[in-house]
Design a protein around this ligand. Structure first.
Ligand SMILES: [Zn+2]
Length: 335
């Protein structure tokens, strides 16, 4: 059943119009069949099954602020929760296997994490574990809610992430609180388990976990699902329609990592940290962006110049406000 023609690839950014995304964000449960992709998108039997499969119905969809996308790869379903824009369009991926669910990332804002938790509960399977992809606040703040709602789920991250959160998590939350008030976490959720690199089977699903240093963040997990041919790239790859975050000056190494992802054969479907899954061509567009950002950084003496130049270089990309945030951190005193 799993094949390169399965699942997310039809949900390319090119195919997903902004109005359609906004409809998604309005809260409907839309398995891929419901998205009516471009005319070029071939009917996919996996998706047809998906539309009527048990567990994809969501009676709580009405009024949901985020959007849920579901794709089926044989016995495995990937449910992606996308937050509204004020939560940075962060994704929480829920990998549903035969007997359990594995959650990746926990949202920035508590209400959105609450929506994730409520949705997971409709699947009727226990949460085996929660895995944090990296130590940026938009991915872990909402773990507070997820760990409250799923107290038996252990929280995993790469070695080093827990220390980063211990050192800086509280200050990060404080920096967001003036903007988001009580929608941001009140406490730092520290991962308790270390995830090791390499192949692991969880609930019958094979994962190949990889650690990447010095890219969008200092320390980033990626996960391959070799049987489903899905690359979970998190914040290593960004949507071709949106600005990327450039918070630290690891531009050159980030490009090297992107080259290594590009060399992976057969992984045409990439789930990313922000916004809907993308085709592998997003690796190229992210590379183009990072290289341009590097050049602009080298030529810009301050955050304002960097931000204005990067926005001018990519006038069509969405979320220009992300560039301001990046510039502020990129030009801040060394941490
Ligand atoms: Zn992120």
């Amino acid at each position: 059943m799993p094949s390169s023609n399965s699942g997310f690839q039809h949900l390319s950014q090119a195919a997903l119009s902004r109005s359609r995304f906004l409809r998604l964000a309005a809260g409907a449960l839309l398995p891929f069949m419901g998205l009516r992709m471009s005319a070029a998108a071939a009917p996919n039997p996996d998706l047809a099954q998906n539309s009527g499969a048990p567990g994809t119905k969501d009676t709580a969809a009405q009024g949901r602020m985020g959007a849920i996308l579901v794709s089926q790869f044989g016995p495995v379903k990937i449910h992606s929760y996308l937050s509204p824009a004020d939560g940075f369009h962060v994704n929480t991926q829920m990998i549903e296997g035969p007997t359990a669910v594995v959650i990746f990332d926990g949202q920035l804002l508590l209400p959105y994490a609450g929506e994730v938790a409520s949705y997971v509960q409709t699947l009727g399977k226990p949460v085996d574990r929660i895995i944090l992809s990296h130590a940026h606040t938009d991915h872990w703040s909402g773990l507070q809610v997820l760990t409250e709602r799923f107290p038996d789920a252990r929280v995993f991250a790469l070695d080093g992430v827990a220390n980063q959160l211990r050192a800086r998590g509280s200050a990060r939350l404080d920096s967001f609180r003036p903007i988001y008030g009580d929608r941001i976490a009140t406490k730092v959720t520290i991962p308790t388990e270390t995830i090791t690199e390499g192949l692991q089977r969880i609930d019958g699903i094979t994962y190949d976990f990889k650690r990447f240093d010095d890219a969008e963040s200092d320390l980033q997990l990626a996960a391959l699902l070799p049987e489903q041919k899905v690359l979970m790239a998190f914040d290593l790859v960004f949507s071709p329609n949106e600005h990327a975050f450039t918070l630290v000056d690891h531009f050159d190494h980030w490009v090297i990592i992107l080259e290594s992802l590009k060399a992976l054969q057969g992984y045409d479907t990439i789930t990313i940290g922000h916004d809907t899954p993308v085709h592998r061509s997003a690796i190229d567009s992210t590379m183009t962006y990072v290289k341009r950002a590097k050049a602009i950084h080298a030529a810009s003496a301050d955050a304002k110049t960097y931000s204005e130049s990067l926005k001018a270089a990519f006038p069509d990309l969405q979320h220009a406000e992300w560039v301001d945030l990046s510039a502020k951190l990129l030009y801040a005193a060394p941490r």
